[in-house]
Design a protein around this ligand. Structure first.
Ligand code: ADP
Ligand code: MG
Length: 249
């Protein structure tokens, strides 16, 4: 599914009564993300990456601009109806539920024609658990898992509703390098097996380089440059991208 952001801006009102200064978190951001790709959104802390994610997933509404999934204008659509799976740095699992119950949880809220029987839910849960390779751990609670295993479960939760898009916000930033690599490999597998588009948010050049097909570089709420990973790393067009690359050498 193609994703289009058209002149998207997000302004947060001031929390400081004295200065009354607004925060322009995302500033006139336009991009067309092709279907079935692993897209990296790369930029320093505070540049507006998470806010962009929240607007695409529907958790926040743009102050201005429009968001399209394919040809559908989803700018005002609620998060439940967007078909976006989210994966966060800190896993966001229910601590009192088992792995199986965590993955199954979103299926219990399906209504009408989408409603599933208990057996169907269990079968779908097992299928997702196998894909993310945690089917041996279904009876554990999150605190009985390693960080990497928890992130696999989170990806399983994101997958279970058959999303049109998965957005992962710094999903490997809390993990050490070996585990990072395994999780990145898993995300590639998921993309290849299910053909879902992935938007991958990171401040880490190496991680983006390992995983992504295309990269958007972001700075101060704006998009600086968008290209294939290879082109962007080999022939950066913008001075800011060159700065970013040389700082990481
Ligand atoms: P990133 O994910 O790239 O680190 P964010 O999107 O979280 O950046 O934040 C972009 C800017 O918007 C920052 O200056 C941040 O402080 C501000 N911001 C984010 N969320 C809010 C909010 N709910 N209210 C006010 N300011 C916010
Ligand atoms: Mg962030």
């Amino acid at each position: 599914m193609k994703i289009v952001l058209q002149n998207v801006t997000k302004i947060f009102p001031s929390r400081n009564k004295k200065t009354n200064e607004q925060v322009v978190a995302v500033n006139d951001f336009s991009i067309e993300v092709p279907d079935g790709k692993l897209i990296g959104l790369l930029g320093p802390s505070g540049c507006g990456k998470s806010t962009t994610l929240y607007m695409i997933s529907g958790l926040q509404t743009p102050t201005q601009g429009k968001i399209f999934f394919g040809d559908d204008d989803v700018t005002k659509l609620s998060p439940e109806n967007r078909g976006v799976g989210l994966v966060f740095q800190n896993y966001a699992l229910y601590p009192h539920l088992t792995v199986q119950q965590n993955i199954l949880f979103p299926l219990q809220n399906l209504k009408g024609a989408d409603k599933l029987t208990k057996d169907e839910m269990l079968a779908r849960t097992l299928e997702a658990a196998k894909l993310v390779q945690i089917d041996e751990l279904l009876d554990r609670k999150p605190n009985e898992l390693s960080g990497g295993q928890r992130q696999r479960v989170s990806i399983g939760v994101a997958l279970i509703q058959k999303p049109r898009l998965i957005i992962a916000d710094e999903p490997v930033s809390a993990l050490d390098v070996t585990i990072q690599r395994q999780i990145l490999e898993l995300m590639r597998t998921v993309r290849d097996e299910l053909g879902i588009s992935f938007l991958f948010i990171s401040h880490d050049l190496n991680v983006v380089y390992q995983l992504c097909d295309r990269v958007m570089v972001m700075k101060d709420g704006r998009i600086v440059e968008e290209n294939t990973v290879q082109e962007l790393f080999d022939h950066p067009r913008e001075a800011y991208t060159r700065e970013l690359l040389s700082a990481a050498d």
